[in-house]
Design a protein around this ligand. Structure first.
Ligand SMILES: [Zn+2]
Ligand SMILES: [Zn+2]
Length: 133
């Protein structure tokens, strides 16, 4: 693990905070029905090596929800902030909801995934699109 923090972030109430000590991927928007309902719009997530993520959660507010066996979503049980996403088959990586990062992130949004499941109200910006993953 690097010893220099690349980024920091937190939930709305501050009960869960984190630092990332490695590289962050640029941001993917995921419009799949699960990400849409979890976030209330679409997932905008960066990603890091799981070993590079250090979470501070002194009061035990971080909760994981598994809508399916192979994917989990993490949120703060106190304020409801969407925080992380992880595939159980790729636990070496973790996705981080980009809006929880303290700006400037120096990241760009580059892809839109699962656009076939985007809701009809959403006018998408011009991104490289993938109808499914
Ligand atoms: Zn919170
Ligand atoms: Zn998704």
């Amino acid at each position: 693990m690097n010893t220099t923090s690349r980024a920091s972030g937190r939930c709305l109430c501050g009960g869960v905070s984190f630092q990332v000590f490695g590289d962050l991927r640029d941001v993917f928007n995921c419009h799949c029905h699960r990400c849409r309902r979890f976030t209330g719009h679409h997932m905008a997530a960066t990603a890091a090596n799981a070993a590079d993520l250090k979470v501070e959660d002194d009061d035990g507010n971080l909760r994981w929800f598994y809508p399916v066996a192979d994917a989990g979503y993490a949120f703060c049980q106190k304020c409801g902030s969407s925080l992380f996403w992880q595939a159980r088959l790729a636990t070496d990586r973790i996705s981080i909801c980009a809006g929880t990062l303290d700006p400037p992130t120096n990241l760009k949004t580059i892809h839109a995934w699962w656009t076939s499941e985007a809701s009809d109200y959403h006018a998408r910006p011009a991104l490289q699109e993938f109808a499914t993953e």
